[in-house]
Design a protein around this ligand. Structure first.
Ligand code: NAD
Length: 486
């Protein structure tokens, strides 16, 4: 095995455990690279007890002291970008360039957390003569973060640095498909000076997630993954009276008009649908063609030919996921949709191992099919085209989607772009941009079935999720003038 077996990380140590293990294979080759334990409630409990013991000292530190440790951590990530990216590349399959970009995004997220002492400062006001009200952000206690496979480093950095900066102690549950990266994260946090017990990892699958939702000492749960699981987690955690923010899947619509810039639109859409082999919740999924946009579609088909499986286009996460995608394409064809680009037939470059789970870019045109495009998430390098007679109709179609992560407009007409931005039912809007991820300090989060719970998961919006507001009202001296509030 390329990497040592994954263990849980509890109280500053990797703890060997006797649980059943499942193999972790690399999508690049299909070879087994590690093994991950399927932990149980008692493992989660061990991690929670460690976190509970660490909480009094950690939460008593000033936020500036905590952020000093996060500064150290940020520097360690910077020094180890390539090593981290190599692990992500190996276990997730994304290209080295994409993996490096992922780690760079984690650095940006950590920098935001370092700035929390400047942002989460509370207010103070003399509310009556001699009476002062002060507000402050107090930590929650032990919190948990549950993660998907597609960004094994960045998605944990959506939550961990902010939750730590605000004084919480954490139990992290990585995806069982990509658990190796998180071990490095634990090592680096310790090297940065994080006290033992403040950050813990419990590996596994469904049973660990259920234990997190049920454990009485976990105060808040963040989840990122598919919509069906997000719903399960949100229901179970909140029914146990926990705070929960659960981000789900997506099917992102691009409303494309004939006046859109031909070159830029085609290359941007191709990059959005093919990057990480389409396994991004912000990937371009559906074009709603308003009027005749065939020149853009033709150019898009040409652009996708640059994404040759191998160096430029990574594999799908698993053999099963690849089979599911092929099944979706087969069914679309049976329903009369036309395959403008057929990823089932691809030629890879010499860097692609024949045992890797590769699939080529695919463009499915439903416009003449007489069938309705399914509204479920596809999550692969599969882009679908439908049509609308007007922008108003395109917006109505977007509204029918159960999801609401991202929506984009491709046009040179500012009024139409503004109309789409105002009326699309999605949390993140792109204007002439295929992956409209808001950068810090703006927050990340979708609408509808792409997110359950209040607020967003990153940026300023996340501060409220990882903390509770405390209000202190004080009066020290007897005052001549008093009123009813004194
Ligand atoms: P997933 O839902 O299969 O798994 C996510 C986590 O849930 C994993 O840790 C997994 O172990 C756990 N899990 C899986 N099945 C479970 C069950 N039945 N009960 C309890 N826990 C369970 O998601 P994935 O395949 O790892 O990731 C891809 C999905 O994540 C896509 O749907 C993608 O759109 C979504 N995603 C969304 C965002 C966002 O910001 N909205 C970001 C990244 C990924």
């Amino acid at each position: 095995m390329k990497y040592q077996e994954v263990n849980n990380y509890i109280n500053g140590l990797f703890v060997p455990c006797n649980n059943t293990r499942i193999e972790v294979d690399s999508p690049l080759t299909g070879e087994v690279i590690s093994a991950v334990p399927l932990s149980t409630y008692s493992d989660v409990d061990m991690a929670v007890q460690a976190a509970k013991s660490a909480f009094p000292a950690w939460s008593a530190m000033t936020s500036k002291m905590r952020s000093q440790i996060l500064y150290n951590y940020r520097q360690l990530i910077e020094l180890n970008v390539n090593e981290l990216a190599a692990i992500i590349h190996e276990e997730n399959g994304k290209t080295m360039d994409e993996a490096i970009a992922e780690v760079r995004k984690s650095i940006e997220l950590t920098e935001f957390a370092c700035s929390i002492p400047q942002i989460a400062v509370g207010d103070v006001l003399e509310v009556s003569v001699g009476v002062e009200c002060r507000s402050e952000y107090a930590p929650l206690g032990v919190v948990a973060c549950i993660n998907p496979f597609n960004f094994p480093h960045m998605v944990p950095h959506w939550t961990v640095p902010n939750a730590l900066a605000l004084g919480n102690c954490i139990v992290l549950k990585p995806s069982e498909l990509t658990p190796v990266t998180a071990m490095k994260m634990a090592e680096m946090l310790k090297m940065a000076g994080l006290p033992d017990g403040v950050f813990n990892i419990v590996n596994g699958a469904k049973e660990v997630v259920e234990a997190i939702c049920d454990h009485p000492d976990i105060k808040a749960v963040s989840f990122v993954g598919s919509t069906p699981v997000a719903q399960i987690v949100y229901r179970r955690a909140t029914s146990n009276l926990k705070r929960c923010l659960a981000l789900g899947g997506a099917k992102n619509h691009l409303i494309v008009l004939p006046d859109a810039n031909l070159e830029l639109s085609a290359s941007d859409i191709a990059a959005s649908m093919c990057g990480s082999a389409g396994q991004r919740c912000m990937a371009a999924s559906v074009m709603i063609a308003v009027g005749n946009v065939n020149p853009i579609i033709d150019k898009l088909c040409t652009e996708t030919s640059k994404y040759i499986p191998g160096t430029k286009m990574p594999p799908i996460i698993s053999h099963q996921s690849k089979e599911n995608l092929i099944h979706y394409i087969d069914e679309a064809e049976k329903k009369g949709a036309k395959l403008l680009v057929d990823g089932r037939k691809f030629t890879n470059d010499e860097s692609a191992n024949p045992n890797g789970y590769y699939l080529g870019p695919t463009i499915i045109d439903w416009r003449e099919s007489g069938s309705k495009m399914p509204d479920n998430e596809v999550f692969g390098p599969v882009f679908e085209i439908i049509s609308a007679k007007s922008v108003e109709e395109a917006i109505l179609i977007q509204h029918e989607s159960p999801f609401g992560n991202a929506a984009s407009a491709f046009t040179q007409n500012g009024a139409i772009a503004k109309m789409v931005a105002q009326q699309a039912s999605a949390g993140m809007i792109g204007i002439n941009i295929g992956v409209p991820v808001p950068r810090e300090p703006f927050s990340f989060g979708g609408w509808n079935a792409s997110k359950f719970g209040a607020g967003d998961i990153t940026g300023k919006s996340s501060l409220g999720f990882w903390s509770q507001y405390k209000k202190v009202t004080s009066k020290w001296a007897k005052q001549e003038i008093t009123d009813w509030m004194s």
